[in-house]
Design a protein around this ligand. Structure first.
Ligand code: F3S
Length: 82
């Protein structure tokens, strides 16, 4: 996986992804990590900034993943296959 070297993504080592087929719109991810997730017009979550997580927000990324009742949040580490 290539990491873009611009903006906040420059130091990112994690990337979050919302599995849109699993997401049921519970919005816990948005409540716990509004810097990383937003809800679209259909009430489903999507990742902000293409999912790149700055080092200061890694804890929130894992917290959001652990609190999604649909297990709809995936986290990739830089260098891992998608
Ligand atoms: Fe969807 Fe889970 Fe967030 S169901 S809205 S990804 S808490």
């Amino acid at each position: 996986m290539d990491i873009p070297m611009d903006g906040a993504a420059a130091s990112a080592s994690l990337r979050v992804r919302v599995n849109r087929e699993r997401c049921q719109g519970h919005a816990r991810c948005v409540a716990l990590a509004p810097e990383l997730f937003e809800v679209d017009d259909f009430g489903e979550a999507r990742e902000i900034a293409d999912g790149w997580v700055s080092s200061t927000l890694e804890g929130k990324a894992w917290l959001a993943r652990a609190n999604c009742p649909e297990l709809a949040i995936d986290i990739e580490r830089a260098g891992e296959a998608a």
